[in-house]
Design a protein around this ligand. Structure first.
Ligand SMILES: Nc1nc2c(c(=O)[nH]1)N[C@H]1C(S)=C(S)[C@@H](COP(=O)(O)O)O[C@H]1N2
Ligand SMILES: [Mo]
Length: 179
């Protein structure tokens, strides 16, 4: 073998070895891409587990300030009373007391009803530092407890142009981190 041929073969071997090394490094490079948003927050921020079922028992609700809300659905005026969803989430530890940030912004509330109806609200739209929209969990309208068709708990979001998310017969409210 000539010196030149030997040099060429060595160079080729080095090239192949280099490419193999790069191929082997591939998954490592991919792993360095941005991590899942749920893990992108500061380590010091306490996070509730996901899913987190928000307590809706009478004792929990009784501790919260009551708020009136007037709204209109299908031409019918509603004059109701209940608690702010934002206050309920904070009081039960579902969200931190501070303005939402980081991975909290990729979380949402799943609201289910006894008849199978479901709707979601993002945590962000319920945070008073991000939005002035009110969403209330009401238990009385026109001075009376809600009947079984509507209650005993119903959501009312007067900022929504249609009442489609005003879930009647609320069965559960769960905080969920987006997958
Ligand atoms: N549990 C439950 N809540 C629900 C619904 C439903 O089918 N089931 N329909 C929604 C829709 S689409 C509308 S427009 C309003 C209707 O509210 P109303 O029956 O009080 O007018 O309720 C919302 N909440
Ligand atoms: Mo609707």
């Amino acid at each position: 073998m000539t010196t030149r041929k030997y040099a060429m073969r060595t160079a080729c071997l080095l090239l192949v070895a280099g490419l193999s090394a790069c191929a082997a490094a591939g998954p490592v490079l991919r792993a360095a891409a941005p991590s899942h948003p749920e893990h992108a927050g500061r380590a010091s921020e306490p996070m509730s587990p996901s899913p987190f079922v928000v307590p809706l028992d009478a004792a929990t609700l009784a501790k919260l300030p009551r708020e009136p809300v007037k709204a209109s659905a299908h031409g019918q005026d509603l004059d109701c009373e209940g608690v702010a969803l934002a206050g309920l989430l904070r009081a039960t530890g579902a969200v931190p007391a501070d303005p939402l940030r980081g991975p909290q912004l990729a979380r949402y509330l799943l609201v289910t009803a006894r008849d199978g109806y479901r709707a979601i609200y993002s945590l962000a739209e319920l945070d008073p530092s991000l939005s002035d929209r009110r969403v209330l969990l009401v238990d009385h309208c026109s001075g009376k407890p809600l009947d079984d068709d509507d209650g005993p708990l119903r959501l009312i979001a007067p900022g929504d142009a249609r009442p489609a998310r005003w879930v009647r017969q609320v069965k559960s409210i769960t905080v969920v981190a987006a997958p």
